[in-house]
Design a protein around this ligand. Structure first.
Ligand code: ADP
Length: 450
């Protein structure tokens, strides 16, 4: 059964069902039809005989048959016999010859000359005279003719209907299932080929199959976007790694060719070191970022005092001052929330790194934390170079660096820091934005539900 296609299974199922139905209907027609026909005839037979009983009487010793006596009524022949079986009134239907004795029983079925008759006998008793008998005879086959005709038509019509129903059903099922073939061949073509832009085209509609096709199409669109992002990511990564590798290669070639003294080699090595640091930062940030972006990172939320964590990070950071920048920390106490500690640390570190990197020498960085309407509001402000308005939307893109020249020589710059911040905020169901003015400074604000 499992090897059969669904449309064959459906067709087979209702073919069998219809067949069973036809058999049951035919059986019912034959039984009920027969019963109705025979019982109708038998009732007529009994009625005719019993009506005629009242029409036979003795008047002054003379046998008198009333005018109302019906010798033939509704196909029933009524015959009056003496007790000895001599015919008094009535005529026997032609072809009906029987020596069946007169007997008061129920209706009897008699066959004569290949035909079936029903007969019904009743005795009429008189006070002073011998009793008489009335026998009713009716041809069974005549009365059953209608039922027979109905049966015959049922035997012809029902199998024909069965055939039409099965054939019609098969065609409808076939038509209904046709889009599945389209869907599966389209899906095969898309999955076998490298082109993910293909879609399933089965026209418009709102039924289950159209909804399935829509779901598939949405899935293909999603896959296409993911593959495109994947491709873009790989190309971005190779592009980013190519720069330091080219610098190292060029530096080595140059120094090997023209390097004359230890000083030249030291400078070359310093460049190589800077570039490898850059590559190292790039690779480790990329790994972290990929895990975050692909959703393979499982967020470990724990209830912590965010105020303490921020305070601690700021204190650690101010232990090693950079560029003479002063770090101030204004933290409202007891901001408690369920967050991923590692990710929150990474977020604040990235924002602080940027603030130091793009901050003014001997300037200030302000870290603020407060709770507001069920949200933890964390902001990092610097008074550094700021960001041009047109660059603001782009800084969240991975590998984007607003001014490559100012970061090119910075080993830790990867252009991934803010993308990571954005992913972390997203994982916590929060938002992040920046307010900035060139040469005045920037304020990054993170808002996370707690
Ligand atoms: P990067 O490793 O280059 O800092 P980010 O993703 O952290 O990468 O930042 C992207 C870009 O946004 C930076 O290259 C810089 O141009 C800009 N930017 C980020 N933070 C600041 C800031 N505090 N002040 C000025 N510009 C910033």
């Amino acid at each position: 059964m499992k090897r059969l296609s669904i449309k064959m299974r459906v067709t087979l199922w209702y073919a069998l069902l219809m067949l069973a139905l036809v058999v049951v209907v035919l059986a019912l027609v034959s039984v009920v039809g027969d019963y109705v026909a025979t019982s109708g005839t038998k009732d007529a037979l009994i009625a005719a005989v019993e009506d005629n009983m009242d029409e036979v009487e003795y008047d002054d010793g003379e046998l008198e048959i009333d005018d109302d006596f019906a010798g033939l009524k509704n196909g029933v022949s009524s015959i009056v016999y003496t007790q000895d079986g001599e015919l008094v009134v009535g005529s026997i239907p032609s072809g009906f010859e029987t020596d069946l004795p007169l007997e008061e029983t129920t209706v009897r079925t008699v066959s004569a000359n290949g035909r079936t008759y029903y007969i019904y006998d009743r005795e009429i008793t008189f006070k002073k005279h011998d009793s008489l008998w009335i026998r009713g005879i009716v041809l069974a086959s005549d009365s059953a003719g209608l039922a027979n005709a109905a049966m015959k038509s049922a035997f012809i019509v029902l199998p024909f209907l069965l055939l039409v129903a099965v054939l019609g059903g098969y065609l409808i099922t076939k038509k209904a299932f046709a889009p599945f073939d389209t869907i599966s061949s389209a899906a095969n073509a898309i999955s076998e080929g490298s082109d993910l832009s293909g879609r399933i085209e089965i026209g418009s509609g709102k039924d289950e199959i159209h909804r399935l096709a829509e779901t598939f199409n949405r899935m293909f669109a999603r896959l296409e976007t993911s593959f495109e992002q994947e491709r873009q990511f790989t190309s971005d990564v190779s592009h980013e790694l190519r720069t330091p590798v080219s610098v190292i290669t060029a530096q080595c070639e140059y120094t090997l060719e023209y390097g004359e003294n230890t000083q030249d080699y030291r400078e070359a090595l310093a460049t190589v070191q800077r570039q490898t640091h850059r590559m190292h930062a790039l690779i480790s940030q990329m790994l972290e970022y990929t895990r975050l972006e692909r959703g393979t990172y499982t967020i470990h939320r724990e209830k912590i005092d965010i105020s303490e964590l921020v305070q601690l990070l700021c204190e650690e950071r101010s232990l090693a001052p950079e560029k003479g920048i002063a770090l101030t920390c204004e933290v409202s106490p007891n901001v408690v929330g369920e967050v991923d500690v590692m990710l929150l640390e990474r977020l604040l570190t990235n924002l602080l790194n940027n603030a130091y990197q793009y901050g003014r020498e001997n300037g200030t960085i302000r870290v603020q934390l407060r709770a507001q309407q069920g949200m933890a509001m964390l902001s990092v402000s610097d008074d550094g170079i700021g960001i041009a308005q047109e660059d603001i939307p782009k800084i969240w893109n991975r590998f984007y660096q607003a001014d490559a020249s100012r970061t090119a020589n910075t080993a830790g710059s990867t252009g991934l820091g803010l993308s990571m911040v954005q992913q972390i905020v997203k994982l916590h169901g929060g938002t992040v934005w920046v307010e900035s003015e060139p040469d005045k400074g920037s304020t990054f604000t993170v808002c996370i539900p707690i």
